[in-house]
Design a protein around this ligand. Structure first.
Ligand SMILES: NC(=O)c1ccc[n+]([C@@H]2O[C@H](COP(=O)([O-])OP(=O)(O)OC[C@H]3O[C@@H](n4cnc5c(N)ncnc54)[C@H](O)[C@@H]3O)[C@@H](O)[C@H]2O)c1
Ligand SMILES: N[C@@H](CCO)C(=O)O
Length: 807
């Protein structure tokens, strides 16, 4: 049993493909076909135009005629062509007569609609039966018998099965049959409803105990999600009837749901195959029990543009008959309820309906409960629009724990509000309602978190592409493939901005050549504009990466965290700002379930903050911190010599990429104060920068003017420093700029360190931190290594980005 849909028979080219597929069957086959794609809509439109009294129906009829004639012209030659054309023309004349009749009488009944609705199938099946050599044709309307409920006829299965068996039970060869059409006991045309050709095929298959039903369509099968939204969606190889039914209900328009029932009852395996890609394996729907190895969910489906109507009132609690009245009122108005959710308190019921029916539903409810609304037993009938229902479906969800927990946790972390939830006790489907604007994000996170996608994605918005930002991109580029292969993690750059321009692209920005693309396509930037664009994009698993030294960029962190965008920052300004602001950012991140990470703020790529967090979280108490925290200053004091004066060492530190973009931040001790503040705060103590005593080693006067003044004048300190250096050398000591915290006292300043001290041998730009804690007491914990440099810092930022993904 084969069935070909509207696209599969929509053109001469496709009908040729249908012929190839049918001819390649080894077995006898009944082939049900739909009307040429779009024709049924045109026929019904012509009828509607006719009843409205416009002549436009003639235009529609002409188009219908031309479309069929063109197909015949392309498929047939010579006398055969004329004969088929003649027959097609007769059918079209008959259609035209009925529609002209409608226009003259000014009446269009359901009965007439059923009569004309099946013309498309009659035409297509006739043409195809002529085109496939030796194929015969059978009139489905004579075999499939229904009641007389025109427009929504119910099949009389016992009569239908008898007629189908009698006509086709012993059939050998290929027989083409129109889908959708049926007739009542009087022989008048009826139809099987939307998607009815699938149903026709299933009825034939069940009546004839077909070995297989193949539904040939224009997609490769049931996909895990809508491929227009989830590029990583893929074909589900096998599903149960129940899973197929659930997925079809929720938007995956691959198969018409009632179709499943006859084949399900008979256990006939059903394939979904692609006419345009017949080699693809397709999806197989069978009654076999879910395979324990299958993923817990098979697919995700959604319906957009629905409305949620909530009826609420304390007067509903414990009162019987409320739901009955509610649903009867809606049924009387022919309103289909797509989702129902009622809390066990019985204080409110929410139902989802198609937005087109929302007004009618609200009115029906208000009039049914007029009395209860008047006397306050019901105090709210609220309609919310522009919503979508999302559903996950899978037999393996049954009795597996943690699915709902994981589902709602992931959705929540991404800042998507769930407005209603429904799960049946069958545990086959969990459905929930979100805003239309959150649909794409929801589908993405759910698809990904249930490993329907091959990989996990982190979407990066970068700010600042100087030394650290530039190195970060190079490292991501070098490591991208490995992470994808070994960790199934895709780091996707979706936004880049410098202080002039920004570029955002949901599909990803290739790191190769991104600067050119930013120049060519970038829009004028600005922190607020970039932040607004990121929030507007509402993309899942996103992280904002700040690689600037800007004082302003941290002002957008709170808004971003509030929009569930994680922050990874090399910029120390936020974590060392007012204590209240630091706490606020951490607390927003915690409440929103996103990350605010700044490991590189102290000791660049060294694992200092994470280690400190581990100590404190596991109950240790930090008693003392002693540290060399400035890569720049350590480098300077290791490089200064008789030949290299202080001013030159500052220049070198800048060239090496150790210093801040403005090196005065390092020389004045501000950078070290920031780092000490962060360490003390992360140790669990409250501290402001005013609480830190700074012992400067360069007079303030050098920091007061412009950066150019600084570079012009700084060599004035060289002579004095050289004298001091010689004395120090003679005493076999060295300078270290040390940060210290103990008993609530914090200070930073230059110290003369003797041989044997842990700081003495600290080379180059290295940092060293000593934590004395209750547990690490006699021998403090020491972390030591490169404390500055673009590559190590970028690596630390990269590690934080990976941490956001939680792999
Ligand atoms: N270099 C290191 O060793 C190191 C170590 C740890 C932390 N950090 C921190 O990393 C950050 C970056 O340092 P860097 O050495 O890469 O500096 P950099 O000057 O090379 O890069 C900063 C970039 O940010 C851009 N920028 C500044 N303000 C901006 C804004 N408002 N919007 C967009 N772009 C803006 C600048 O134009 C520049 O391209 C600093 O906060 C620094 O403290 C650096
Ligand atoms: N300027 C900083 C960079 C690392 O935070 C330093 O020299 O230590």
């Amino acid at each position: 049993m084969l069935k070909f849909g509207g696209t599969s028979v929509g053109s001469a080219g496709n009908i040729r493909k249908v012929k190839e597929i049918v001819k390649s069957q080894d077995d006898d086959a009944i082939v049900v076909v739909s009307a040429l794609g779009g024709i049924t809509d045109k026929i019904l439109n012509a009828a509607k135009m006719a009843i409205l009294g416009t002549d436009y129906f003639n235009t529609e009829l002409t188009m219908i005629r031309e479309r069929h004639e063109a197909v015949v012209d392309q498929l047939f030659d010579g006398e055969r062509k004329e004969a088929v054309k003649e027959q097609v023309s007769q059918l079209l004349d008959e259609l035209e007569r009925v529609i002209v009749g409608v226009s003259m009488i000014g009446e269009l009944t359901d009965k007439t609609l059923d009569k004309i609705g099946g013309f498309g199938e009659r035409l297509s099946s006739y043409i195809i039966s002529e085109f496939i050599d030796d194929a015969s044709w059978v009139d489905s309307s004579k075999l499939i018998k229904t009641d007389s409920a025109f427009g929504k006829a119910q099949v009389n299965f016992s009569l239908t099965n008898t007629l189908v068996k009698a006509a086709l039970g012993e059939f050998k060869g290929i027989c083409i049959a129109p889908g959708f059409v049926a007739s009542n006991a009087e022989g008048e045309y009826t139809t099987l409803g939307r998607g009815g050709s699938d149903y026709t095929a299933a009825i034939y298959a069940a009546a004839l105990d077909a070995s297989v039903l193949e539904i040939w369509t224009d997609v490769d099968g049931f996909m895990t999600a809508d491929p227009r939204v989830i590029s990583k969606a893929y074909v589900i190889e096998s599903l149960s009837y129940a899973e197929a039914m659930e997925l079809s209900h929720f938007g995956a328009k691959v198969i018409y749901p009632p179709t499943i029932l006859p084949v399900y009852k008979k256990g006939i395996p059903t394939y979904i195959k692609n006419t345009l890609n017949p080699q693809a394996p397709g999806s197989l729907i069978t009654s076999s029990q879910a395979n324990a190895k299958d993923r817990p969910i098979k697919g995700i489906s959604s319906i957009s543009n629905i409305s949620l109507i909530t009826v609420q009132g304390l007067g509903m609690v414990g009162v019987t008959g409320i739901s009955m009245r509610l649903f009867s009122a809606l049924a009387l108005q022919n309103i289909n309820v797509i989702l129902i959710s009622q809390a066990s308190s019985e204080n409110s019921i929410s139902i989802a309906v198609d937005t087109g029916k929302a007004d009618a539903a609200e009115q029906a409810i208000r009039s049914e409960f007029e009395r209860e609304i008047m006397n306050g037993r019901i105090n709210k009938v609220e309609v919310e629009n522009e919503l979508s229902i999302v559903a996950i479906v899978g037999e393996n969800m049954k009795h597996s724990t943690g699915i709902a927990g994981k589902l709602f946790n992931t959705i929540g972390k991404n800042g998507v509000n769930i407005m209603a939830i429904a799960q049946g006790a069958s545990e086959l489907n969990i459905s929930w309602v979100v805003k239309n604007s959150d649909l794409r994000k929801t589908l993405n996170v759910v698809h990904e978190s249930f490993f329907l996608s091959e990989n996990m994605e982190v979407n990066v918005f970068l700010l600042g592409m100087g030394l650290v930002g530039g190195n970060l991109l190079t490292q991501i580029q070098q490591q991208q493939e490995k992470l994808l292969k070994e960790k199934r993690l895709k780091i996707k750059l979706v936004g880049v901005a410098n202080s002039r321009k920004m570029l955002l692209d949901r599909e990803g920005i290739a790191i190769d050549g991104f600067r050119d693309r930013l120049d060519a396509e970038g829009q004028a930037s600005g922190l607020k504009a970039y932040k607004d664009a990121i929030i507007e994009m509402n993309i899942f698993n996103s992280v904002f990466v700040d690689c600037t030294a800007s004082n302003e960029s941290p002002t957008v962190y709170a808004d971003l965290l509030n929009a569930n965008v994680s922050i990874v920052t090399a910029n120390k300004v936020a974590a060392s700002s007012d204590y209240d602001n630091y706490r606020k950012l951490k607390s927003i991140a915690k409440t929103k379930g996103v990350k605010f990470l700044f490991e590189t703020n102290v000791g660049a790529g060294l694992p200092i903050i994470n280690t400190l967090n581990d100590l404190v979280n596991s109950g240790d108490k930090i008693l003392k911190i002693e540290a060399v925290l400035s890569g720049t200053l350590n480098y300077i004091f290791n490089t200064i010599s008789a030949d290299v004066p202080l001013s030159k060492t500052i220049q070198l530190a800048k060239e090496e990429g150790y210093s801040e973009p403005d090196p005065r931040i390092d020389l004045s001790g501000i950078d070290v104060v920031r780092k000490l503040l962060i360490l003390v705060r992360e140790s669990g103590y409250k501290i402001e920068k005013e609480d830190v005593l700074i012992n400067k080693f360069i007079p303030d006067a050098y920091f007061d003017g412009s950066i150019d003044d600084f570079w012009a004048n700084i060599s004035q300190v060289d002579a004095d420093f050289e004298q001091r250096r010689q004395r120090l050398e003679a005493e076999k000591k060295c300078w270290r700029f040390v940060a210290k915290y103990e008993n609530g006292q914090s200070e930073v300043g230059l110290q003369e360190v003797e041989q044997g001290h842990p700081f003495y041998d600290l080379q180059g730009s290295n940092n060293l931190v000593m934590f004395t804690s209750e547990r690490y007491n006699e021998f403090p914990m020491i972390i030591k290594g490169y404390g500055a440099g673009a590559a190590v810092t970028a690596a630390g930022v990269f590690a934080d980005i990976i941490r956001v993904s939680n792999i």
